[in-house]
Design a protein around this ligand. Structure first.
Ligand code: SAH
Length: 250
């Protein structure tokens, strides 16, 4: 009998931001697959098999999950944030598309989670309150020329932008180039939010005008939100809020 594959998002880090639907799925699973730091966020239960793997093994992880499900297991694949945002849900469908007949009987479900940009936006106000887009700055799976085109187009269309995967040890230059482009095209006081490890004990959030933004302000645990031309900063109750109004003054 074929089993199930449930792809879930564990949210940005705080257990209180895991949805009840995902918690129920965690309790159902016989096998849990994912990048090892994400598996550490799940309390082990007797009889449940954990299959941690290293980063960048998404296809292998997806195949492994489908094979276990074919043998009758209820397999949970975990992502951080939302599984459909630069994460395992698309990786699973890439593998399925190539072998559509092999795993045709498996029941697949994708359960959403709170993605990093939503968690970060809520901490500072509502910077994504009007039209926005999300760009993954990793060029592991797409050429830098596409990323650069998207950055230019996003600024040209005046979206607020959430940048995922801004910078890693193996990719130090992309974010530097990104900031160079943004400084060229945006007004110098455009707010930029660097939100690191949102909702965890290591959370660190900093907002600077684009003119003061530096590459070393971001790492792999940071999401960077760049406001649109309308994004503003207001003071209330002794603190700063950043928001983008819902109307657009042209
Ligand atoms: N599926 C995830 C994104 C995976 S890509 C989601 O929906 O959030 C990994 C990138 O997400 C990181 O490089 C970082 O840019 C961002 N990210 C994930 N968790 C984060 C957190 N708690 N705080 C800030 N950024 C985070």
């Amino acid at each position: 009998m074929s089993g199930r594959v449930i792809v879930v998002g564990l949210g940005p880090g705080n257990p209180a931001q895991i949805t009840p639907q995902v918690s129920r799925a965690v309790n159902l699973a016989t096998d849990i697959i994912g990048y090892f730091p994400y598996l550490k966020r799940i309390i082990p239960k007797k009889g449940v098999r954990f299959h941690p793997s290293d980063n960048r093994f998404e296809s292998e992880r997806a195949k492994h999950a489908l094979d276990l499900a074919e043998a009758g297991s209820i397999v949970l694949i975990v992502s951080s944030g939302d599984p459909g945002v630069f994460a395992m849900a698309a990786a699973l469908f890439e593998v399925l598309e190539k072998n559509s007949l092999k795993w045709d009987n498996i029941n697949i479900e994708i359960l959403p989670g709170i993605t990093a940009m939503m968690a970060a936006a809520a901490r500072v106000g509502a910077p994504l309150g009007h039209d926005f887009c999300a760009i993954n700055l990793s060029d592991n799976l797409k050429p830098w020329s596409i990323i650069e085109k998207r950055i230019r187009s996003a600024v040209d269309a005046d979206f607020a932008i959430a940048f995922y995967n801004p910078r890693s040890i193996s990719r130090p230059e992309g974010f530097q180039k990104t900031l160079r482009l943004l400084k060229l095209y945006c007004q110098s006081d455009r707010p930029v939010v660097f939100a690191k490890a949102v909702s965890t004990k290591e959370e660190k959030i900093m907002t600077v005008p684009i003119s003061k933004a530096r590459p070393d302000m971001a790492d792999m645990r940071t999401i960077v939100i760049v406001g649109s031309s309308q994004t503003r900063i207001i003071q209330q109750n002794g603190r700063e809020w950043i928001y983008t109004p819902r109307s657009y003054l042209s």
